[in-house]
Design a protein around this ligand. Structure first.
Ligand code: KIV
Length: 245
């Protein structure tokens, strides 16, 4: 049984954060975060792109390498970028690139079943991702709000569970659905906007640390204000330089 399945069995909550570079990966490892996710949210928060679907495999491998250097002892998950799992052959080939870059597992959005099966048949650790799927979503509103859509996500979770992934991320779904899935499957569920009853939680590092001046998603929470601290530090530095100190 994997460490994370054991944690679910024992009712221990699993922490996951996104990280993209060595400096913050080092910090997350020092904090003993259970899982580090090199998310394709790197497209937004690191590269300033509008859509996660625009990030490349090359960029994701670069971020994965950096995270591995900063957190050599952590469980690192790399997000398969949009299109990288389009066929089973593609999926396995790209997943292996991430393993070479230092990842312990790969995360795939949605249910491209043949690609997911091919990855598991290669013995590669897999993290699923259901609910709101940013790579293909037309809107960022809650997924599974209608009974029909909730049922569909529940069925998808059961199918994914049968492939024995290490965990399934559940993004922006009703908390009742997060709880129902968590109770129905053996795979640990990691929620982001999926309520308190999932087996763990994940947040984007830039939201946890409040690293930007933008409005947080409704389900995110900040535990520090790096934006304010950073702007103040730059201002102090500028003053120090201008006063020729
Ligand atoms: O890319 C990402 O940051 C993610 C999280 C929102 C789970 O997939």
């Amino acid at each position: 049984m994997t460490k994370f399945r054991q944690m679910k069995k024992e009712g221990k909550s699993i922490s996951m954060v996104t990280v993209y570079d060595a400096a913050f990966a080092r910090m997350a490892e020092a904090a003993k975060i259970d899982m580090l996710l090199v998310g394709d949210s790197a497209a937004n928060v690191m590269l300033g792109m509008d859509r996660t679907a625009d990030i490349s495999m090359e960029a994701m491998c670069l971020f994965t390498h950096a995270v591995k250097r900063g957190a050599p002892n952590s469980y690192i998950i790399s997000d398969m970028p949009f299109g990288s799992d389009s066929t089973p052959e593609n999926a396995v080939c790209n997943a292996k690139k991430f393993l070479e870059a230092g990842a312990s597992a790969v995360k795939i959005e949605g249910l491209p079943l043949d690609s997911l099966k091919a990855i598991r048949e290669e013995g590669i650790d897999l993290i699923g991702h259901l609910g709101l799927l940013p790579q293909t979503a037309k809107s960022f509103k809650q997924a599974g709000a209608s009974e029909e859509e909730a049922e569909k996500i529940f069925e998808q979770a059961k199918i994914l569970d049968s492939l024995k992934p290490c965990a399934i991320v559940l993004e922006h779904i009703p908390s009742t659905l997060g709880k129902k899935i968590t109770l129905a499957i053996n795979t640990p569920t990691i929620g982001i906007g999926a309520g308190k009853e999932t087996d763990g939680q994940v947040l984007v590092m830039h939201d946890i640390l409040c690293m930007h001046p933008f409005k947080l998603p409704p389900f995110a929470k900040s535990f520090a204000n790096f934006w304010e601290a950073g702007v103040n530090a730059f201002c102090d530095y500028k003053k120090w330089v201008s006063e020729k100190k």
